[in-house]
Design a protein around this ligand. Structure first.
Ligand code: AYL
Length: 489
């Protein structure tokens, strides 16, 4: 009901229209549900960002997406104040829990005040095929792009995962029995559609915290006794290896889903060793561009399939094609994974070229992931051909960091690649060619990057200086050569 009232408010009090874009700069709070589902019920398009983003990062995404209204908390208002002057036709900012900062003259509104006294009004209808979400993803190459996900894409992906072999929540009149703990951000498609919407549609109990710290996570586990956890591999590693996590902390947990980056068999085994009990570990695979899930392990996973990201979800087809000649490959042969199904995005916002390069004429999404499947159609992720770097499950676009580093005068050429890291999965490392006659040191480059981007994007892998960046004849960086080189500290 609150979502409905909020949707009515957005239309009648603020004059927003179907298709207008709202920008969310919010941590994981219960109010996230009202913000995002209120906006979606009003027919608005939602784009969300990491609340820890720098103003520059928020501005780039909000400008690109055409944001007309922002939703945030009072603590983050200064960021919105910096960003909003460059947003066209800006309507204002809605603050959650911000009665004291509301100022209608400055177009800063308090959520509760706006909604109070609002009557439910007729809302726009039938927007199944219209864009609902604009999460940003760099896809196979380049800068982050707005991924156009329709209402149908998102709703259908939930349905695709509600297969009796996939869903493990017991239907019960007391849904409170199942408690899902996830600190994964609602501003990422995994956290929003994969977790929050799944929990809402099953009527389960959701536990979340705005910011992960080892202490707050353990406190949450002890206090709320979750039965299901959703994690990324770095969080599973934390549970498996952090000295303050004890087996008794894990006693309430029945099942864990891990996704967004590779989780090895070794990591899963280590976790189970720590837990000293039978916890069902499942993996999900997907992409922002597929709303996100396309592979998921079933409730029962034969022991010899540990490490697999599972099988295709309903109504989804896959091909594995040769990296050299595009031929379709059979079982146990590694190649690029192509996915086709109703969860595949409508395209990248205002970017026909990137859309065509990613989703071909026959509707196959080229994932840029190297995989193989076995005789039982279980899939195993082997590698990534795309440039994307994944730090603790978060996307880092090498192009974004390369553009930033190129701003420095002493830099003639630069390439950024991900190098393996035990804690984060991967970390970005820059390879830099100095401009002749100019000197630039590692510290200057590191601090320039650190000042301008959110912490997980910083060059934790450091900077290496080279005489030239290896490129193929058409100028494309030979990233694999750098990765091999980058393995040496
Ligand atoms: P994006 N194993 C290995 N790599 C993975 C996995 C996995 N299980 N899942 C995602 N990736 C990588 O858009 C892969 O390179 O979406 C893929 O192309 O931020 C890229 O991450 C996509 O990154 C779930 C839980 C899907 C999570 C997700 C992933 C959403 C991440 C289904 O149940």
């Amino acid at each position: 009901m609150i979502c409905r009232l909020f949707a009515s408010t957005l239309i009648s009090k603020l004059g927003l229209k179907k298709g207008d874009v709202v920008g969310l700069l919010l941590p994981n709070l219960p109010e996230y549900v009202f913000a995002i589902h209120g906006a979606l019920e009003a027919g608005l398009v939602v784009t969300f960002v990491n609340p820890l983003y720098t103003a520059m990062e928020v501005k780039r995404q909000f400008e690109n997406a055409g944001v007309k209204i922002c939703m945030t908390i009072s603590l983050l208002l200064p960021v919105i104040k910096e960003v909003s002057p460059s947003l066209k036709d800006y309507v204002g900012t809605i603050v959650f829990g911000g009665e004291e900062v509301a100022n209608e003259k400055a177009r800063v509104y308090d959520f509760k005040t706006l909604v109070s006294g609002q009557s439910p009004e007729e809302l726009p209808k039938s927007f199944a095929h219209e864009v609902a979400l604009l999460p940003y993803s760099s896809g196979t190459t380049g800068l982050p792009k707005g991924v156009m996900l329709t209402h149908r894409n998102c709703a259908i992906n939930l349905e695709q995962c509600i297969n009796k072999d996939i869903i493990s929540y017991e239907p019960t009149t007391d849904t409170y029995q199942e408690r899902v703990l996830s600190v994964l951000p609602f501003f990422h498609i995994y956290g929003f559609n994969g977790i929050l919407n799944g929990v809402l549609s099953h009527g389960l109990h959701m536990i979340t915290i705005p910011k992960f710290t080892p202490e707050s996570y353990i406190e949450c586990v002890l206090k709320y006794k979750p039965t299901f956890l959703f994690v990324v591999p770095s969080l599973l590693l934390f549970l498996a290896s952090h000295p303050s996590v004890k087996a008794e902390h894990l006693s309430s947990i029945k099942e864990i889903t891990c996704g967004a980056a590779p989780a090895s068999k070794g990591l899963i085994d280590n976790f189970l060793l720590k837990a000293q009990k039978d916890i069902r570990i499942r993996q999900g695979y997907g992409m922002t561009e597929s709303s996100p899930v396309s592979l998921y392990t079933r409730i029962t996973l034969p022991e010899n399939k540990t490490g697999s990201t599972g099988q295709l979800v309903l109504s989804t087809q896959a091909r594995v094609v040769s990296l050299t000649d595009g031929r379709d490959l059979g079982p146990h042969k590694s190649g690029e994974l192509l996915i086709k199904g109703p969860q595949v995005m409508a395209g990248y916002l205002n970017n026909e070229k990137a859309t065509k390069e990613t989703v071909d004429e026959d509707g196959w999404l080229h994932t840029g992931d190297v995989v193989y499947y076995d005789e039982d159609e279980y899939f195993f992720i082997v590698d990534r051909t795309k440039e994307l770097i994944k730090v603790k499950g978060n996307q880092v676009s090498p192009t974004e960091l390369e553009n930033l580093i190129s701003e420095l005068k002493g830099v003639a050429d630069v390439a950024v690649v991900g190098i393996p890291d035990v804690l984060s999965g991967e970390i970005p490392r820059a390879f830099v060619v100095k401009r002749p006659g100019m000197d630039i040191d590692e510290k200057t480059i590191l601090s320039h990057v650190e000042k301008n981007v959110v912490a997980y994007k910083k060059l934790a892998g450091g900077v290496k200086f080279l005489d030239m960046i290896p490129r193929n004849p058409s100028g494309k960086v030979l990233r694999n050569e750098l990765k091999v080189f980058g393995n040496n500290p």
